[in-house]
Design a protein around this ligand. Sequence first.
Ligand SMILES: [Ca+2]
Ligand SMILES: [Ca+2]
Length: 679
Amino acid sequence: MKRPTIGGSAGESASRAVGRARIEPFVAVAIFAAAAASVPTGPTLSAQTLGDQSSISPQPPVAAGSPAGIRAGHILVRFQAPPGQDVLDQLNAGFGARAVGTIAGIAVTHLQAPSERALALLRHLKSRPDVEFAEFDSVAQVLFVPNDPYYDSPYASSHYGSVSQWGLPAVSAPAAWDATLGDAAIVIAVVDTGVDCLHPDLNAKCAGQQSFVGTVRDGFGHGTHVAGIAAASTNNGLGVAGVCPNCRILSVKVLDDQGSGFISDVASGITYAADHGARVINMSLGGSGRSETLRSALQYAVAHNALPVCAMGNSGSSSNTPEPAYWYDCLSVIATQQNGARASFSNYGIKADVAAPGVAYLSTMPTFACTLTTTYGYYQNYDALSGTSMATPVMSGIAGLVLSKNPSLSPAQVKGLLMASAGDGVDWSADLAFGVANAATAVSAASHTDLIAPSPNLVTPGEGSTVSGLVAVQAAPTDDSSTVHQVDIVKDGTRFMQVLTGSSGGKGKGGATPWTLSWPSTSLFNGSAAVSAIAIDVFGNTSAPQSRSFSIVNQLVSQSWTAHVCWPSTPSCPNITPWLPVTTGVATEAATHLQGSVTYTFQQFIRISDFWVEVSSPGSAYYCGTDGTSVDCYPTVTLLPDPGRGRYSNYAGAQIDGISQKANAKEEADVHWTLTYPQ
Ligand SMILES: [Ca+2]
Ligand SMILES: [Ca+2]
């Protein structure tokens, strides 16, 4: 099994080396997806300092999280109150940190410190009583899939003449247009790589352009394509049609000309869009983190009447969904192919809400040379692209149509209505969530008289109960005048188990009892779980959360490994262990706890040593690192069930990286690590 490597070159600080080296493979994943198939992709990033923070004795700083996409030296922090100059001076004196920005609306301060001090700064911030959260800034990427023969897309080349706009009839857009062509008052923000607002199929549609990363020009080409899908000029005798013909586009550039950017800029782009009249915020991008900054920005958008619409990502995985799609505030979109099935590259699973066309989607391309045309061979002006990046603006366009029909709808109502109008109107599946969107059904349901939210009435697990293994979850939702469509169980800002569904006829999917499901409690660690049940009716009316607390008690399984590693890596003594299978067995999806320690048996001219412990499951990997000698972290990666017969789904590993003082630096170490998980 190939693995991503974490490089560190002589003279570079730890986090800089890690950060830079980890960004490149992720770009490579986006460009050469077939080559990346054997690499655990979508590594999860959640930079958190764990351990006993009440202690005043010095402890090694621990970064739990993937180095994938950590932005070297950049930390996002929210204080309980805006920090005074004395606090900033203290952080500067202690850690060399300086404030380089704030994120409008959500009171997040962006600090930059020397890379080698960042772990210590993060640990300090997280120990302060006046800090609400602190985290590394992290990487976000566009989520298109390259047009190459390794995908089962039905088009043979990127020549647009051979591709029709199959996606519009697939979501019944032409029928929806009989009811509304959209309203210019409805603005769809494209938080992306910029938009070519001089494109003849877009120049009448741009409501504005803003950039958080240099000029507003779309030097990559992705944002222009996304914008055209949502709202290209339509019925103008030119080029392509957009899903919402009369909606306008607000271009908010947050990703650079390579299609890459940082969560801090994405968050700034979201709050900017919400502050500048966007009713829909399209995010055809993703990062592997679990950023409180991004979560706060999404909450801000919803509170300011804008619906975030987010791409599920292109790892073909049912777990470890990238953010922002991970967060419940997003309408999270799966990509489908022309036969209505899920595109093979599309992520799916419990974070997903709806599905929309995302294979060989023909749309606008910049009228000038950009990275997609010069580096990847796509055409200027118009071409077809594939990805959940393309499915997402289909949904944004439908949301625009719905809001054009009834602008008084809240973001939650639009989100609920789009879910309820998709597929067969009842069932949810991991593969397609509520199914392929239906613009005509959604628009026809936009104007209605039911404004009363249903009640979730979660039955089991009961308040204060103790659960283990597979747990029967049941609700008995009620509504005033229409029909309940779904009950979501949400924890920490994300849906964390399958959706509860039913129908007025009392039937559940496949004859199952409606409003029930079986949930593997091993996906959380033992302890108290506080969750919320949220019921949504067929018109999108969304209940207040019903709180429920219960306890989880499962058996804990552990497996340990030891290895001897060397830095720099040599053929006989690499700095990285192979991915080693978790052979103790995984029967139900399981939460993870990684602990590790390192003993350096030889060091010469070493300035800083990094020690990482890693776990991977299909579609994801997670890294916990320290410049000390031990790590103890709870990765957001879950282990997936083994296929059986001595075959394993999950792997673990460890590695060291040295930062040298001078030439001939080297070190050797014995490493020991343990993975613990409930079963
Ligand atoms: Ca057109
Ligand atoms: Ca109702």
